[in-house]
Design a protein around this ligand. Structure first.
Ligand code: NDP
Length: 262
């Protein structure tokens, strides 16, 4: 894949693992400089050391903080501006899903989930908006198919994700024509939460290959497997690039056909 990222600057939240890390790596491969964050400093530093070895430290900036802390997000934006002088792409990827039914989701859980899903978009978009406007850049939000296709065991996260899609649509209008705003709707990607659930499987003798194959069959994924983080990253990188210059307010389904809506 070749995308026009030469001399571009990208920011990726949640870049120390899974889809975020695959996106950071892909953008670096395509020629961009990349600033990324996550909360856990040790994993972030380990990942950054490998990326600096592979792509050169001068094209990288990383910092440990939570995107739920507006002061830290603003400070990071100032650091990115000082270091690279611009931002062409913001990828809002940081976060995680919450498994809960209506019966066992407390008010505090609802508040925490809405805070994570909405403010992981709001804080970075607000902080990087001036730079994105100046560069006529793009925002890509990593969201879930649950926004359109809720499941009862993830009632709280699905509801919050639907709100995020609504927010992004509004922003695609408010920030136009300067900034394009799009999202990817992920199905089951074999990173993060699914790796954690695999590690906690009741029968520890089942291999990853078998466990994932059974999961894909049970979920009825038409392509017959979970997606790879690199496949989500490819969709993100496309939507964020000038190759998608006439696309805004759109969502790209990356679910192996799991989506049932037309
Ligand atoms: P991972 O757990 O592998 O990666 C999540 C990344 O986000 C890590 O770098 C994590 O680092 C970081 N992060 C989490 N919370 C925060 C925070 N508050 N501030 C800054 N960084 C944070 O997950 P995936 O790669 O699987 O998922 C990436 C995104 O895609 C998530 O938002 C997830 O909800 C979404 N998604 C994933 C699906 C899947 O099947 N994998 C399906 C649908 C959506 P640290 O913990 O150190 O902060």
């Amino acid at each position: 894949m070749s995308l026009p990222y030469d001399k571009q600057v990208a920011v990726v939240t949640g870049g120390s693992s899974g889809i975020g890390l695959a996106t950071v790596r892909l953008l670096l491969e395509q020629g961009a400089s990349v600033a990324f964050c996550a909360r856990g400093e040790s994993r972030l530093n380990d990942v950054a050391a490998v990326l600096a070895r592979d792509f050169g430290a001068e094209r990288l900036l990383w910092k440990a903080f939570s995107v739920l802390e507006p002061g830290a997000v603003n400070a990071f934006a100032a650091e990115v501006q000082a270091r690279f002088g611009k931002v062409d792409l913001l990828v809002n990827n940081a976060g995680q899903g919450r498994v809960s039914t209506f019966a066992n989701t407390t008010d505090d859980d609802w508040r925490a989930e809405y805070e994570l899903k909405l403010f992981s978009q709001i804080h970075p978009i607000r902080a990087f908006q001036p730079m994105l406007v100046a560069s006529k850049g793009a925002i890509v939000a990593v969201n879930s198919l649950l926004a359109y296709q809720p499941e009862k065991h993830m009632v709280c996260t699905a509801s919050a994700r639907a709100g995020v899609q609504n927010l992004l649509k509004s922003l695609s209008i408010e920030l136009a024509p300067a900034v394009r705003v799009n999202s990817v709707l992920l199905g089951l990607i074999g990173s993060g939460q699914w790796s954690r659930r695999f590690a906690e499987r009741p029968d520890q003798s089942v291999s990853r290959e078998t466990w994932y194959a059974n999961l894909a069959r049970d979920k009825g994924i038409p392509l017959g497997r979970l997606g790879d983080a690199s496949e989500a990253a490819a969709a993100i990188a496309f939507l964020g690039s000038r190759a998608a210059s006439y696309i805004t307010g759109a969502q790209l389904d990356v679910s192996g056909g799991l989506s049932r809506h037309i």
